[in-house]
Write a protein that binds this ligand. Structure first.
Ligand code: ZN
Length: 281
């Protein structure tokens, strides 16, 4: 079973619970290096959903990710939640993203999108149409359970599906857009997020192993990870206790867990797992 591996390429201050704080201090390059080294060591290609303003400031990093054979995807230009856009402003945002990426890489096909903080649901399903207009082939923003106060679409499929533009929880075999939702562990009628971010940092390694193998009995899973999550020098904002816990818990051991996954599971780019990949010629 080949699973999908995704990295959201963003700065340490793009973390969802730092409440819009920004900084001029960039560390995305140092934080991403160890991830790229591990991917090389385990001969694994991943999908990088890139924030446009991060690409603008770090063109060499984007180029080296691309040269390494990884997939280049979009994580918006400014890491603004898609709920905070209307359709026109979202189009502008996407235009800005594509013009930056084109400056760096020339005309590269960008097929995949991940919304910051999984911010696509039925309230802003118009975003899917925008993605289609920009040539996207898949979205990977649906978090198919409601456990976090901010995000989650309960009742959405938990395996890749052709997403309906009328109702993101529905499959439409005619839809031109695929959805790869985040993969929860399902057992005893319960659904538990397991495959990325805070959940990956917080859950013990033996449980991750057991849970992900269990998902693999019937389907591939999709992992998401952020450079700042695996970097011990990630600066810490003074945050309220809950936000601090969710943002920073387990950072010191996260890269080891990431490596554990690479060692014990097979991974590829999201577009490869979805059958949307063509070898570059
Ligand atoms: Zn993000």
């Amino acid at each position: 079973m080949i699973n999908a591996l995704s990295i959201d390429l963003e700065e340490w201050y793009h973390s969802e619970l730092v409440e819009g704080r920004r900084s001029s201090f960039s560390q995305v390059e140092e934080a991403t290096e160890p991830i790229l080294d591990l991917l090389d060591r385990y001969q694994t290609k991943a999908s990088f959903f890139i924030v446009g303003e991060v690409a603008e400031r770090n063109p060499r990093l984007v180029q080296s990710i691309f040269d390494g054979g990884h997939e280049i995807g979009c994580h918006t230009f400014s890491h603004t939640l898609v709920w905070n856009f209307d359709e026109n402003r979202f189009r502008e945002e996407m235009k800005q993203f594509h013009s930056v990426l084109e400056k760096i890489l020339g005309s590269v096909e960008i097929k995949g999108f991940r919304a910051p903080c999984f911010s696509i649901d039925n309230r802003n399903k118009w975003a899917l149409k925008v993605l289609l207009d920009f040539g996207y082939k898949y979205d990977a923003s649906i978090f198919p359970l409601k456990i976090n106060p901010l995000y989650g679409v309960s009742g959405a499929p938990t395996r890749p599906y052709r997403i309906s533009f009328e109702d993101v929880r529905k499959e439409n075999p005619q839809s031109p857009l695929m959805e790869f939702p985040l993969s929860p562990l399902t057992f005893g009628g319960l659904k538990l997020p397991i495959s990325g971010g805070f959940y990956l940092r917080a859950l013990p390694t033996f449980f991750l192993y057991w849970g992900l193998k269990r998902i693999n009995r019937s389907q591939p899973f999709l992992v998401y990870f952020h450079p700042w999550e695996g970097y011990t020098k990630t600066p810490r904002f003074k945050l309220p206790l809950y936000n601090r816990f969710i943002s920073y818990y387990g950072i010191s051991s996260a890269l080891k867990k990431f490596e554990f996954l690479l060692k014990h599971f097979r991974f590829a780019r999201v577009d490869q797992v979805l059958g949307l990949y063509r070898e570059r010629t």
